[in-house]
Ligand binder design. Structure first.
Ligand code: F6R
Length: 585
């Protein structure tokens, strides 16, 4: 996914745009660019492949003149990562510049038609058709409004774009990708995310799908795709989203890992009534579905186990991108749609499918203004504060805690003590230095297997995902009992195997599995509250019960992955090729 931003006001636009892009960089960070409307009406543009800081240093994006402009950070979908494919793109005549987030599905068809009419393309992106299409309409009509409406009636897909015309008018459209306006004292913003402008204002106008806007002479005009005026109220957004300071930490990721004890205590605290309501819905339906992608799906897997164990309720966990067709879902079911960002395209699509099947949607989200929150019948808020590190850490603990609170609402008392869990996690976090020493030992490995049984199996899958993302080491999370059914063939002298082996009902069988792997040459890293001669390295977690162990071992694995990433000179906050939320399918 990408981030887009526009500004028109009294301040110099380029520095304002660059600072907004820095804050939204989590959305995509393979290239960046800024275009401004210069004094003489010319569009000035600088862009290049690389991170905001680096490209700005190299090209001086923030030195562009002008009081209106737009910016973009990219996560490549159509076309390789290159200076040319970076946004903004201009029409071939140079009269229109655009930045775009999303996918234009009919771009090939549009491109051919535009090329036949003499418009020339410079990049491989789907986005460039928007610039040339706007230009074609503008060439025909000389009018921004009809150019905008003509363009949105021609393109298909999911998009948000901002355009700047040679006369200084800014325009934008939203269809399936986030876009909002910020109303500051000294100017107007358009952005993918409130973080783009929160430094300047917390007055925002959330634009609906199927709306477009024009910004001219400091006035924001909102209309639907037919050109009818639309009234959208301004909303106060939480200043909390401006709190994106790393403090004394080297990276957001370690800051967010360290925040987890508080996150577990707070998770879902603002949604007590909503959790009860979802429990009632599930009770009536008799069972539920849960969906998510990546880490959020792993939280669904934890939910599946804890709802079965503590509430005797069946929760079918389905990877969002694998959601079966609506005819396969039971009518009148309940879908728990779990997503930190609330913007993952796969999750939103799964929600649409479940809706067609007559399911009620309970969104578990961090952002109350996200698309998922708006598409849900009931919203449970994660309350974990902004997560900037691209790898999900604290959001997992929040989602898992909410699954436990839901189990409690269904079952009455589950005996789970989330306060005790938070204390155990805070001890793991305090052990960071000792985990760093183990991380130094796995710095140069190429593969690792993570084993767990019962509740510790989804924890092993999540642990492996963190190691993959942060360190680029190939990692696989496996059910402890499955090792001997195949994966054992991969073990040779020195192959590292992490065993999640707390002293609970899974302990004996796991230890046996560890010994079997060790007998074949594996180097065993035991994550456990008990030391054993089966381990070459021991990461100690506090004693507890099955639930608190599962939190502790995931957090220990996050720390292991974080420290190993730093030791390998990988940037833990911005792993290569990834984006914080993936708004394309
Ligand atoms: C893993 C990670 C991703 C996200 C996934 C879903 O560390 O960050 O796997 O969990 O892209 O994102 P959300 O929860 O925003 O839908």
């Amino acid at each position: 996914m990408c981030s887009i931003i526009g500004y028109a006001g009294r301040s110099a636009a380029a520095p304002v745009l660059v600072s907004g892009l820095r804050r939204m960089e989590y959305r995509g960070y393979d290239s960046v660019g800024v275009a401004t409307w210069g004094e003489d009406g010319a569009i000035l543009l600088k862009k290049g492949a690389g991170r905001v800081e680096e490209v700005n240093r190299r090209l001086g994006l923030d030195g562009l003149a002008g009081h209106a402009g737009m910016g973009h950070t990219r996560w490549a979908t159509h076309g390789v990562v290159s200076d040319t494919n970076a946004h903004p793109h201009t029409s071939s005549a140079g009269g229109v510049a655009i930045v775009h987030n999303g996918v234009i599905e009919n771009h090939l068809e549009m491109r051919r038609s535009l090329e036949d009419s003499g418009y020339v393309f410079a990049s491989e992106t789907d986005s460039e058709v928007i610039a040339n299409l706007l230009q074609r309409y503008y060439d025909q009509t000389g009018d921004v409004r009809s150019s905008l409406l003509g363009t949105v009636s021609n393109i298909r897909g999911h998009y948000a774009f901002i355009a700047m015309f040679g006369d200084g008018t800014m325009a934008c459209a939203r269809h399936g990708k986030p876009l909002m306006a910020g109303l500051a004292d000294d100017g107007l913003f358009l952005a993918s995310d409130v973080r783009g402008f929160i430094e300047y204002t917390d007055d925002a106008v959330y634009l609906e799908n199927g709306t477009c806007c024009m910004v001219r002479d400091g006035v924001l005009e909102v209309m639907d795709f037919e050109g009818n005026a639309v009234r959208r109220p301004a909303t106060k957004v939480s200043r909390e989203f401006g709190d994106l300071d790393k403090g004394d930490h080297d990276h957001y990721t370690i800051k967010e890992i360290n925040e987890q004890p508080g996150v577990i205590r707070r998770a879902g605290a603002s949604s007590v009534a909503q959790i009860r309501r979802v429990a009632d819905m599930v009770r009536i339906a008799g069972h539920a579905y849960a969906t998510g992608s990546g880490t959020s799906y792993n939280a669904a897997l934890m939910g599946r186990r804890v709802l079965a164990r503590f509430a005797g309720v069946r929760l079918d966990a389905v990877i969002a991108s694998e959601m079966p067709g609506d005819t396969m879902l039971e009518r009148g079911g309940v879908l728990l749609a779990i997503s930190q960002s609330g913007e993952s395209a796969d999750v939103l699509e799964a929600v649409r499918t479940a809706r067609r099947a007559g399911c009620t949607i309970a969104g578990v989200v961090n952002s109350a203004n996200s698309s998922l929150a708006r598409d849900s019948d009931v919203v449970i808020r994660m309350d974990c504060g902004p997560e900037v590190g691209v790898a999900a850490t604290k959001s997992f603990c929040a989602q898992y805690s909410i699954m436990l609170r839901l189990a409690e609402a269904l079952a009455g008392d589950t005996g789970v003590d989330l306060e005790g869990v938070a204390s155990a996690v805070s001890r793991v976090v305090q052990d960071s230095d000792r985990i760093r020493e183990v991380a130094a030992q796995i710095r140069d490995i190429t593969d690792v297997y993570v084993l767990g049984r019962g509740l510790h199996y989804p924890a092993a899958v999540e642990a492996a995902l963190k190691i993959k993302e942060l360190t680029y080491i190939h990692a696989e999370g496996l059910a402890g009992g499955e090792m001997k059914h195949g994966p054992l063939a991969l073990i040779e002298k020195g192959t590292p195997v992490i065993v999640l082996n707390p002293y609970d009902s899974t302990y004996g069988d796991m230890l046996l599995g560890a010994r079997e792997a060790r007998a074949r040459g594996a180097k065993i890293i035991g994550i456990s509250d008990r030391e054993s001669d089966a381990y070459d390295h021991w990461i100690r977690i506090p004693p507890g019960d099955e639930v608190s162990y599962s939190f502790s071992e995931v957090v220990a694995a996050q720390l292991l992955a974080y420290h190993a990433a730093v030791a390998r000179d990988a940037d833990p906050d911005y792993p290569r090729n990834l984006a914080k939320s993936v708004t394309v399918k």
